[in-house]
Each structure stands twice: as C-alpha cells, then as structure tokens.
Design a protein around this ligand. Structure first.
Ligand code: PLP
Length: 405
C-alpha cells in the first residue's frame, strides 16, 4: 500500500499540534475523511441538494436516485440480500436504540437478553432500559469476559436458555481489540432459535462484513468510523425481522395513508426512516466505502495488523506496562496502562507532543470495573498511519513516563 499517496488524500493529517507533526492514533473514536468524501459533501450542496422521495422536479429526482443508489451500494458492500434491509440512521447508537425500541414487541416479560462484558455503553444501556421498563420482568444476562479479552463460548451456550430472545454482541471490542468469533456465536445462538445483533461500530472498519456469511440477523454501524461523515449510520436487519417488527418513529416518509382515524405504514426500508433523511450523509458514506474498496480491504487489514503488532511489541518493552486485550484475533486497537500512572496524565503529555490518543473508560465502564482500573490509554490505527508514527509514539510514551515517574 502506498501510504504516502494515501496520506495526501487526508489533508488534516498534515498539520502541527503543539509544535509537533500530528500523530493521529484516535481512529477507534473517529477516522479522518479523505478528500473524495469532503468533495462529495460539497458537490451535493453545490449541485444536487433537494429533498428526496417527494418531488417530481429534476433536483428531487437526482437526489432521490443518488440516495437510493447509496442504499444499494451499502447493501452490496455488506452483502445484504436486499437493499430493503438497509435502514439509514444517525449511527450505531441510533441503530441499536431503534432496535431496542421495536424489539419491545418481541421481548416480553419473562424473557431474557444476553450481552457480553465487553460491550460499549451503546450496546448495553438500550437493552438495560428495555429490561427496566418491564419493571424487572425482562432480565439482562451478561456473558463474562476472560482476562485475556476473549469470550467463553462454552459458557455462552449454557446461557442461551429458552427464555433468551436476543443476543447482542460486539463484532470487535473498541477497548480490547478482540475480533469475536461471530460465525460460531451466531451458530450457537441460532441453534437455540435466538436472533443475533452485532454492534459493528468497529467491525465495519477492520473486518470483512458479509452479513449473509456471518449469518447475523442485525448489524449496526456508523459512517464516521470508516472514513465517512458523522451523523450517518446503518441498521441492517433481515427482511423477515424488519417486516414483522413495528415502526420506530412516526411522521413523514414512513407512512402509507393517513386519515384522522388511522394511519397505515410504508414498506421497508421507509417504514424505519421517518422525516427527512441525511441524504448527503448517505451519499458520502457511499464515497467512503468506495474509497476503502478501491484501496483494498485486505491490504488495509494487513497494514493495520503490522502497526498493531509492532506497537504492541514496542510497548511490551516498557517496564511496568499492562496491555488489556491479548486475544489471538485482534484488530487495530491497543489499550494499556503503565505502572499506576493515570491514563489522563499520560494522554495529556502525549498531546503536548502532538500525539492524539484516547484516555478513559472508552464508554465501557463495566469492562473497566472488571479489570479494576479507572481507564486505559488507547492507541488505535487506520490505513494512513505509519510505522514511523508508532516509533514517535513509543518514544513519546517513554519520555512521558520518565516525567511522570
Ligand atoms: N459500539 C462500539 C463498539 C463503539 O466503538 C462505538 C463508538 O465508539 C459505538 C458503539 C457508538 O458509535 P456511535 O457513537 O458512532 O454511535
């Protein structure tokens, strides 16, 4: 992969922060956007802006066609059987909230939901709220994480009792980097008749996502984690599921006929897209996915893996380091602590040296409690990062640790 050429597509990377060249290692929080995506956004507003699905005029037809083409593109990208299975949302969080709301017709008092101990709050709190709203009659069960950051599938099998109506699990952990064995998980769940939601916020950017091959019933992701814009995301749902579940929000677009007495609802996917959608978001998400495809998924993963392994090796040479997440199958995230240095202090000093990492609980407080830590420092990589940047980062960590010790 020609990283220097790729970096030219991301002008934001070419800047100084606190007098040092920026090293952007906060990609699990959000990725930077290539020029193609930025231009797609401005082109839309320069030439195509119009509301979709409602107009007979030229611009409305252009915007509608582009929006539906984006849906088709996303469907092909994740190999959905039908583009009606692609619902545009604001992001992973909204996709999961949508599902947790409409699943109230399927998950009833006496039932159970299984999540795991490594979930982001976005794949925990909506399910917890669903349980609370039942007055405790729906139970949330949590599959524990092993110390190395893997999941115990034998234990999962035991947890999938006849009461379980949904298994919600992350594809890739944003803290530990663990790539969960999704196919095995789905097989276990389906054997017991349990549908599976994958939180794909990290998965979409660091693993091949083929929803039919994975066998998942639902897959949620955000555009901004895969070089696309903020404010757009996707909920993929199997057609049969989305058809049987009720609408989420009510208003324009999602209706079929309205009278003061009664309203009937539109077909999929519009049933789940009330109001004016984020048209430009969908269009530029398509551009981002095309960019990834043209660069080559496999090449990107191999490059990120090289960065991850190199950074991990170098970090391990630092005395007192603890790395959280040692799964054999890991994506481009390394979370660590050094001695009892507070992650925030280390993060602040790294920022002084131009390095952007994330510190804190990473929206996974229960996982921090499991390891009995306040948080971690997390470096996360993307296609445009380099081995040289890893060296700069390692030297900066050593320097900061020297100051803080
Ligand atoms: N799930 C995981 C695993 C994440 O890493 C994130 C974001 O960091 C989310 C969910 C939430 O994504 P968003 O804020 O884009 O909705």
């Amino acid at each position: 992969m020609d990283i220097e050429r790729i970096r030219k597509d991301f002008p934001i990377l070419d800047q100084q922060v606190n007098g040092q060249p920026l090293v952007y290692f906060d990609n699990a929080a959000t990725t930077q956007k290539p020029l193609a995506v930025i231009r797609r956004i401005s082109d839309y507003y320069l030439k195509e802006n119009s509301n979709v699905h409602r107009g007979v005029h030229h611009l409305s037809q252009v915007a509608t066609e582009a929006y539906e083409n984006a849906r088709n593109f996303v469907a092909n990208y994740i190999n959905a059987e039908d583009s009606k299975e692609i619902i545009f949302t604001r992001g992973t969080t909204e996709s999961i909230n949508l599902l947790a709301t409409v699943m109230r017709s399927w998950i009833l008092p006496g039932d159970e939901i299984v999540i795991t101990g490594m979930e982001h709050h976005s794949n925990l709190v909506p399910w917890q709220q669903l349980c609370e709203s039942s007055g405790g009659k729906i139970k949330l069960k949590v599959l524990p994480v092993n110390l190395d950051g893997t999941l115990d599938l034998g234990f999962l099998e035991k947890m999938l009792t006849p009461q379980v109506k949904l298994l919600a699990v992350t594809h890739i952990s944003n803290v530990l980097g663990t790539i969960n064995p999704v196919k095995e998980i789905v097989e276990l769940a389906h054997k017991k008749g349990v549908p599976v939601l994958l939180d794909g916020a990290q998965g979409i950017a660091h693993a091949k996502v083929d929803v039919q091959e994975l066998g998942v019933d639902f897959y949620a992701f955000s555009g901004h984690k895969i070089y696309g814009p903020m404010g757009i995301g996707v909920l993929y749902g199997r057609f049969t599921w989305l058809k049987r579940l009720p609408p989420y929000q009510f208003g324009g677009e999602m209706i079929d006929r309205v009278t003061f007495k009664k309203t009937t609802f539109n077909e999929l996917p519009y049933k789940y897209e009330a109001g004016t959608p984020n048209v430009v978001g969908a269009l530029s998400l398509e551009t981002a996915l095309r960019y990834v495809q043209q660069t080559g998924l496999e090449k990107i993963f191999q490059h990120e893996d090289k960065l991850l392994k190199y950074a991990t090796e170098k970090l391990k040479e630092i005395e007192g380091v603890r790395i959280f997440g040692q799964a054999p199958n890991k994506a481009a995230v390394v979370s660590f602590l050094i001695d009892d240095i507070h992650p925030y202090d280390l993060g602040m000093l790294l920022d002084q040296m131009g390095i952007a990492v994330r510190t804190g609980h990473h929206c996974a407080e229960p996982l921090m409690n499991f390891y009995c830590i306040p948080g971690t420092v997390r470096a996360s990589f993307a296609m445009y990062n380099t081995l040289k940047e890893v060296d700069i980062f390692i030297n900066a960590v050593k320097k900061a640790v020297g100051m803080l010790r």
